[in-house]
Design a protein around this ligand. Sequence first.
Ligand code: PLP
Length: 395
Amino acid sequence: MPKTIYADYAATTPLSKAARQAMEPYFGERFGNPSSLYAFGQEAKTDLEAARADIARCLNARPEEIYFTSGGSEADNWALKGAAELRSKKGKHIITTAIEHHAVLYTAQYLEKQGYEVTYLPVDELGRVDPEAVRAAIRPDTILISVMAANNEIGTVEPIPAIGAIAREKGILFHTDAVQAVGHIPVDVQAWNCDLLSFSGHKFHGPRGIGGLYMRKGLRLPPLIHGGGQERGLRSSTENVASAVGMAAALTESVAEMEAESRRLSALRDRLLDGLSQLPYAKVTGDRENRLPGTASLVFEGAEGEALLLHLDSRGIRASSGSACSSASLDPSHVLLAIGLPHEVAHGSLRLSLGRETTEEDVDDVLKEVPQVVAYLRDMSPVWDAKLQRPVWYA
Ligand SMILES: *Cc1c(COP(=O)(O)O)cnc(C)c1O
């Protein structure tokens, strides 16, 4: 078996051993339904509540402010649709950004069809949202501000505490999609001034198909799923105890390791960015300062992103071009266009996201393989002038 290198931790992460062990009993003897009143059911309820308390502690929240969902997408949908409905009498204006994950972006577009007005704030060339631009976009009828904590494609970490403070000052609900942040950088719902925050288990070595929404105490969104009244009557469906317990174990572990791991990953990430950005017509995307520890992203002009990742795959390197969700489409990513890249440049994007199992040797290998693949693709490319060694659009 040739060696393989997984460099797509921003798309998903393997289940940690601690999470798997914590989950094991619930696939066997501990199968009780937390809603059952006999002791066996109540044991499951106790375990579920312990998981909720662990997650709350990791976010500096209270246990009763954590609601389990089926993942990050559901949490985002619930936050936006719920807040819009809750505050519809006050106004119908929502502020978000041009670089959100589709779970926020398409929900905002859906709300536009329902009669809401949405402002999509632009970002600068590093992918940063300006808090003062948020302030300037606020109107008397603004009911919700939703800005992601960290971008999944280019790794830029947004100035969330400052944006949260503005929302709080103006009395407007503030949501952040923190799916890429939770478990990777410190997250504090108090310091961030957020009312709503989305997270997802599989992005920090928990199981897939579970996530959650933090909802500030006193705030009660209308439910997205009606039924038996689980999750304080707001999110029905028999509780997924195994996954909740697994997610809590994974997050506790990620938070405990965060300081050391983020230092280690940042160094590996910077080696990749420094090495690969030296190729001709290559450029780092996103902010070099305020950046997720494990996310390296670049564009290589004259090399097509899809082809890049397929050729890397054939050499055992699993990477991504733009976001996993858009890799089936031919349009360049909305994030890369929002940071001002021309279409032809945005097409040459590569995201290498590192994580717990990434080693120095992996980075050495990637630093060896990527330049070879880029050179090969450029030689083949109709938009690359092989003689002049530059993209034809400069010719
Ligand atoms: C992965 C991701 C989501 C979606 O989470 P799921 O649990 O896969 O639904 C939402 N937002 C961001 C920023 C993500 O990276």
